[in-house]
Design a protein around this ligand. Structure first.
Ligand SMILES: [Zn+2]
Ligand SMILES: [Zn+2]
Length: 119
């Protein structure tokens, strides 16, 4: 039975090795060693996937409920293109290269429509 497991310390692909009749997963890079237990291996793989996906999802979500602490309600600066309301929540977010100006986001306080404006 072959298992794929990544080292929790350095992320290298670990290799299975049998020592004293027991199967271990050993990292060829840093020497990290763990006994190969099918349950443990699958749970550590799931953990790695969760860690990889969560930060990415958080940065992409713009239409979600979570707004940055810098968000503020402004009246009269712009008008909602959907309902014409002039009271909007405004916040800035760095979506492109760090040396470019951040993108300004707007959300209508009335209908919740969210749009962006490139500064
Ligand atoms: Zn390692
Ligand atoms: Zn609106």
């Amino acid at each position: 039975m072959s298992q794929i497991m990544f080292c929790p310390k350095c992320g290298s692909l670990m290799k299975p090795r049998r020592i004293n009749g027991r199967l271990y997963m050993i990292c060829p890079k840093c020497g990290y060693k763990v006994e190969a237990d099918p349950k443990k291996v699958s749970s550590s793989l799931k953990m790695k996937e969760t860690i990889q996906h969560t930060p990415k999802d958080k940065t992409i979500v713009v239409d979600g409920e979570a707004l940055p602490p810098t968000a503020q309600v402004l009246k009269g600066v712009t008008v909602c293109p959907k309902c014409g309301n002039d009271e909007v929540i405004v916040w800035m977010m760095q979506t492109r290269a760090a040396d470019e100006p951040p993108t300004r986001f707007y959300r209508c306080t009335k209908c919740g429509y969210t749009w962006r404006e490139y500064a």
